[in-house]
Structures are given as C-alpha cells and as structure tokens.
Design a binder for this molecule. Structure first.
Ligand code: NAG
Ligand code: NAG
Length: 220
C-alpha cells in the first residue's frame, strides 16, 4: 500500500533536480547583448541576422535585431537561446551573418569562440564598424588571465569535480530517501499489527463482559 507509489513520487523530484543540475554543467553559451553598426543591405528589406557555428546545421536567428545602433539586451531565456554549446578545451568557429536572398549571406564576423576566452563567464566580441556583442557562459569561466592553457584546464577540472560532487550527493540523497521510506513502511506495518492486536484483545474483553453479565443473570 505505502511502498512503491510513494517511493517513486518521492524519488522523482530528486531525479529531476539531479538531471537539471547535471545538464547545467555543460558549457552553454547565450547571447547577453548585441549592437549592430553596419547595415549591409538593410535598406531593401527586413534584415535577418543569425548566429551559426561551422559544422552545425542550425542557424540561430535573432528575431528582434532589426535596427542598427540599438543595443539589444537579452536575459538568456529567450525562445531562440542558447546560441550554442562549447566542448571542454575546444573552440568552435562561429559567426554572425545576415541573410541575403539574392547572393551569398553577408558576414559580420567569423571567429574562434573558445571557452578560455570567457572571463568570469562573460566574453565581449567587438568588431569595429560591424557589431559589439556580449556572450554569457557561466561554466566557461576561466581564471582571470587565461592566455596560457593552464588556467583553462584547471577550470575545466574544477567543473568536472563539481559534476562528480553533484552526482555523489544525488546518489547519497536517493539512498537516504530509500532507507527512510523502507523504515517508515516497517514502522507503519508494525503499528498496524499492534492496533489489530489491541482491537482483537478488546473484542475478547467485551466478550468476557457479556459472558459475565449472562452468568450473573440466573442469580436474579
Ligand atoms: C538542430 O535543430 C533541431 C530541431 O530544432 C534539433 O533537434 C537539433 O538537436 C539541433 N541540432 C543542434 C546541433 O543543435
Ligand atoms: C560593448 O558592449 C559592452 C556591453 O554593453 C560595453 O561594456 C562595451 O563598452 C562596449 N564596447 C564598445 C567598444 O562599444
């Protein structure tokens, strides 16, 4: 009665929590803000600006970016976010482009996006007369001056250790919950047995009372 249903409903939120914290440890990159300076050919039609990394099919279209010299600020939770994910200690060649219906797409800039470029989870890419963009990646955070590969690898190691710690904590928490549920079930069963016994004894006593009354009757 008590067992599996409640056990599953107690463990489920734990699994959800663990998988969410686990997946957060990937190097997810979101766009914090962007300002475009160069219009390319925006006079003709509504521009479509997009972000794309080489070797990936998916373009990330920035649906709101339609005007030059306007600073667009993002929360990182927009429907089209995140921009991309970076592997540990490896760069991706990415860029901002503008869709062109008649010839090949215009390039604002194309560069190597590296986890080690992020300082305290933030990276600013500025290209004169083209754009100024900030990228956010909390997990990418390398120690302040990261021009030697050393600090990058320590920060990555740090991330790995955090993930391992989260996994261990989640396993321990699951174990504690399971043990707790089993103990609760045992206690509950024991209590129920005691109650049954008590009720049983009470029935007997009541039976005795009736017998007493009956046996008393003949004397009257
Ligand atoms: C590309 O987009 C499709 C559909 O939105 C998605 O299933 C797939 O995972 C994406 N691929 C990458 C590499 O982001
Ligand atoms: C680019 O944008 C960031 C954030 O909005 C700002 O701090 C920085 O000063 C800008 N850089 C230039 C050169 O405009």
């Amino acid at each position: 009665m008590l067992p599996s249903g409640i056990l599953i409903s107690a463990l489920f939120p734990l699994f959800v929590f663990c998988s969410i914290t686990g997946s957060n440890s990937v190097n997810v990159v979101t766009l914090g803000s962007i300002e475009i300076f160069n219009a390319h050919e925006w006079f003709h039609s509504k521009p479509t600006v997009y972000f794309r990394c080489q070797g990936e099919e998916n373009k990330t279209v920035l649906p709101d970016v339609k005007k030059t010299h306007v600073l667009y600020i993002f929360k990182g939770e927009e429907s089209w976010q995140p921009l991309t994910e970076l592997p540990d200690q490896k760069c991706k060649r990415c860029g901002f482009y503008e869709k062109d219906n008649f010839k090949s797409d215009d390039v604002f800039d194309e560069w190597e996006l590296c986890p080690a470029d992020f300082v305290e989870g933030k990276y600013i890419r500025f290209k004169e007369n083209e754009f100024n963009a900030t990228f956010i990646c909390p997990q990418c955070t390398a120690v302040a001056d990261s021009d030697n590969g050393q600090s990058q690898s320590t920060s990555t190691k740090h991330n790995k250790r955090n993930v391992a710690l989260i996994v261990i904590i989640c396993l321990l928490a699951s174990l504690i919950v399971i043990v707790g549920m089993v103990a609760a079930q045992k206690y509950w069963q024991k209590r129920k047995r005691e109650q049954d016994q008590a009720r049983f004894l009470q029935l007997f006593e009541e039976g005795d009372d009736i017998e007493d009354e009956l046996s008393l009757e003949p004397e009257f």
